[in-house]
Ligand binder design. Structure first.
Ligand code: HEM
Length: 510
């Protein structure tokens, strides 16, 4: 066994304490005599232990398990009619990009192949600051009322007493909040178990607003479509991988990039004018609905390539802080209440998880200089030198005028706040289309067996019957097939109000 002190580093690095002082021997502790007590003066040993004690930062409250990589976003088409964002001012513009993919409910060590939506968080560093698109791999979500989010997430996590995942909690929430059904239909299809992290599409889900130089805004939905298509696992494959290689997705992404197979996506928008939105059948601020491609075709805007692995996972992926509120002029949030809540929640959690100067960490730092009046706080690395920390006339900052005014922002408010929990037949149309028109026979079989496998763990008869009635409101055939698979009697559909009673169709005055 060679002595560690006889080893020679390849890059000339000499072992030191965190203050840079060389230390002759890594394992030695200072003690009195051969077996005597340790000495408090041993900075090297305390430095080692005390830093180790603080290695863990809070994991993300959701999306804790993930994988990420770097690359670039490139503008492929002229969309200056839609947005004045500098990123899009010229075809061919390229911006450095970092992406983090994730599962949602599990802890940071949980299996990559879990049945769950996947996060698809993108940070594009533009000449006007960072643009974050914090998307999922599904175009819809479980809710449209943001106050439900913590309740919903708690039911997908662990029971407070047993600390176990609990099928009763899971289905209790979903059956009590049937607007979740569209996402449930996707989650329990094979799309709920994507094959790794980088063979999937990404969707904004929310309507965002692109604003052009004239101040005209257009609602957009953004789609990242995986070149080569998305790949899924069936339930058996996903379960097997969860046992045999829980880090399957992380490993595959790393190896594909390392082996010169960088994944890429073509990026599109669907667009809708405010006038079209007013007339549209669905509330476009309702995150449980999609915009059909037949009516709102995809328009190509760019491409994204991930071609560089992190050199340090913690610094470049764990410490990455994505937020839907990290926007640039020309790209604005809509009034979707879930999006509006997210604008607050992400920087709030970053300040807790990474500290108030999270945007100074190298992975988050913009490529453009930052100049403002924020100073100090934990880990203020770029404290802006001698620049005055107040609005000074002696060394003033320059202010860049706005390209457009916000005047049009609130012209159209939609009905989002009025029908958050108001359920009508409208909520079942798109899930029904999935069952009746999109799923083929194999997909239907998989869906039934995936739901049956999960819901058979529910102990409460009321919860089971209630969720079957939600499935029956989508399609009696679907509900009957699940009921048969779990040995449950057939259940009648949940009674919902007709579409004509939706607040969406009430007179326009707000
Ligand atoms: C992560 C809150 C809905 C996509 C997170 C985090 C929080 C959060 C607190 C942890 C962030 C961090 O620690 O850095 C919420 C709230 C929501 C909501 C309050 C609704 C009211 C959504 C929706 C989407 C989404 C609708 C997608 C359309 C993501 C993604 C991440 C994430 C991709 C992981 C980001 C990363 O990789 O760092 N969310 N979320 N979330 N959320 Fe949400």
């Amino acid at each position: 066994m060679p002595s560690v002190t006889a080893l020679k580093s390849k890059d000339g690095a000499v072992y030191t304490t965190s203050t840079g002082a060389p230390v002759a021997e890594p394992y030695a502790v200072q003690k009195i005599g051969q077996i005597g007590p340790l000495l408090l003066q041993d900075f090297h040993h305390i430095d080692l232990l005390a830093h180790f004690d603080r290695e863990r930062i809070p994991e993300r409250v959701v999306h804790a398990k993930g994988a990420g990589a770097h690359g670039y976003f490139e503008v492929t088409d002229d969309i200056t009619d839609l947005t004045c964002a500098a990123l899009f001012n010229k075809v061919g513009n390229k911006a450095p990009t970092t992406v983090r993919f994730s599962t949602v409910g599990g802890e940071s060590g949980s299996a990559d192949s879990a049945r769950d939506p996947r996060g698809f968080a993108i940070k594009i560093k533009t000449e006007e600051g960072n643009l974050d698109w914090v998307f999922n791999n599904t175009p819809v979500f479980f809710l449209r009322d943001p106050s439900k989010f913590p309740h919903f997430i708690h039911t997908q996590k662990r029971d407070p007493q047993t600390h176990l995942k609990d099928a009763d909690m899971f289905w209790d929430y979903l059956s009590l909040n049937p607007e979740s059904i569209h996402q449930v239909m996707i989650l329990f299809s094979d799309r709920g178990t994507p094959n790794g992290y980088h063979h999937m599409h990404g969707y904004s889900g929310h309507a965002l607003k692109f604003v052009n130089a004239a101040g005209k805004f257009t609602y957009v939905q953004i789609h990242f479509r995986k070149d080569g298509g998305f790949k899924t696992l069936d339930n058996n494959q996903a379960t097997k991988l969860a046992g045999e290689n829980p880090d399957y997705g992380l490993q595959n992404l790393f190896e594909d990039i390392e082996n010169g197979k960088p994944p890429s996506w073509t990026v599109y928008v669907q667009t809708m004018t405010p006038e079209q939105a007013e007339q549209y059948r669905y509330n476009i601020l309702d995150l449980t609905k999609i915009w059909p491609h037949s009516q709102f075709p995809l328009r190509r805007i760019g491409k994204m390539v991930l071609d560089r692995n992190p050199e340090n996972y913690f610094a470049e992926i764990e410490q990455a802080a994505f937020s839907p509120s990290h926007l640039v002029p020309g790209i604005e949030p809509s009034t979707d209440p879930v999006l509006q809540s997210r604008l607050f929640s992400y920087p709030d959690t970053h300040r807790h998880r990474l500290g108030p100067n999270y945007n100074q960490l190298p992975v988050n730092a913009p490529i453009v200089p930052v100049a403002n009046f924020q100073r100090d706080g934990f880990m203020a690395i770029n404290n802006q030198k001698f620049r005055p920390n107040y609005q000074s006339s002696l060394l003033p900052l320059t202010y860049k005028p706005k390209v457009y005014e916000n005047a049009q922002h609130e012209l159209w408010l939609g009905y989002a706040n009025a029908d958050l929990s108001y359920l009508t037949e409208l909520d079942f149309e798109q899930p029904r289309a999935l069952w009746e028109k999109v799923f083929d026979n194999t997909q239907k079989d998989h869906f039934v067996s995936n739901v049956a496998g999960h819901i058979s763990g529910v102990k409460s008869p009321e919860v089971k019957a209630r969720q079957l009635s939600v499935f029956a409101a989508v399609s009696q055939d679907l509900s009957d097939r699940i009921a048969k698979a779990i040995g449950h009697p057939a259940v009648k559909p949940l009674v919902v109000k007709p579409a004509s009673e939706s607040v969406r169709f009430k007179p326009k005055a707000l």
